[in-house]
Design a protein around this ligand. Structure first.
Ligand SMILES: *Cc1c(COP(=O)(O)O)cnc(C)c1O
Length: 219
């Protein structure tokens, strides 16, 4: 089992490296998405030397990560799922990167928590590139205004994140996110999952979020 995860990590990293290179981009970082997987699997990935992880629920991450982060202080933990304002305090305490900032109320809450605790975490704005009504994220047309609003509040934005519509070619969404990042001078681009991270890396992702190809299927 642990050998599998180590091998999977190697394979995925090689695939990323080749794809980034093919697109003429620096190698994207791998966020290993451990949602739905237990601490044993996470420990295997840590033993293999991996340090960047993603979780989509604050509560699940709280049950798995606090002591692991104490044992491995160089872990970088990303929140990649929606964040409710009543979970901001817990999220800021546990995560190092929040990839799902998507509304002014959340921006103000995060700022308040940063000021109260003196701890700042890296922020990405989630963009709803497919403009799907049920999906979180700022629509592309509102992105410039929202990112300016964040900046005016005093929040530094590191990058953009997207989850393309399930039933569409991801490439056009990845290309759009990359273009939006360039236009706004935001360097970090988080895109690509197990099914499409190779395409995302070739189109200039600076980080991909891969769960299944690293840890196997979720129960
Ligand atoms: C679950 C999840 C992933 C990883 O999905 P896989 O298909 O297992 O690689 C990536 N990004 C987000 C936002 C997710 O919720």
């Amino acid at each position: 089992m642990s050998e599998n995860i180590q091998k999977n990590l190697e394979t995925v990293k090689e695939t990323i490296s080749a794809a980034s290179k093919k697109g003429g981009h620096p190698t994207a970082r791998l966020v290993a998405v451990s949602k739905g997987h237990d601490r044993e699997k996470i420990t295997n990935a840590l033993a293999a030397g991996h340090r960047i992880f993603g979780e989509n629920r604050v509560q699940e991450a709280q049950a798995k990560w606090p002591d692991l982060k104490k044992r491995f202080p160089d872990v970088e933990l990303h929140l990649i799922g929606p964040l409710q304002t009543n979970k901001v305090k817990d999220a800021v305490a546990l995560f190092d990167v929040i990839e799902t900032l998507d509304r002014p109320k959340l921006a103000r809450k995060l700022l308040g928590e940063f000021e109260k605790t003196g701890r700042r975490v890296k922020l990405f704005i989630q963009v709803n590139t497919g403009e799907e009504p049920q999906k979180a994220g700022v629509s592309p047309g509102d992105l410039e205004g929202f990112s300016r609003q964040c900046r005016d509040l005093g929040l530094e934005i590191s990058g953009l994140m997207c989850i393309p519509p399930f039933d569409e070619e991801p490439a056009m969404h990845f290309a759009l996110l990359k273009k939006l990042g360039e236009k706004l001078g935001l360097k970090e681009i988080s895109m690509g999952m197990t099914g499409d991270y190779e395409i995302a890396a070739a189109l200039g992702a600076t980080q991909v979020r891969v769960g299944t190809a690293v840890f196997g299927p979720r129960e």
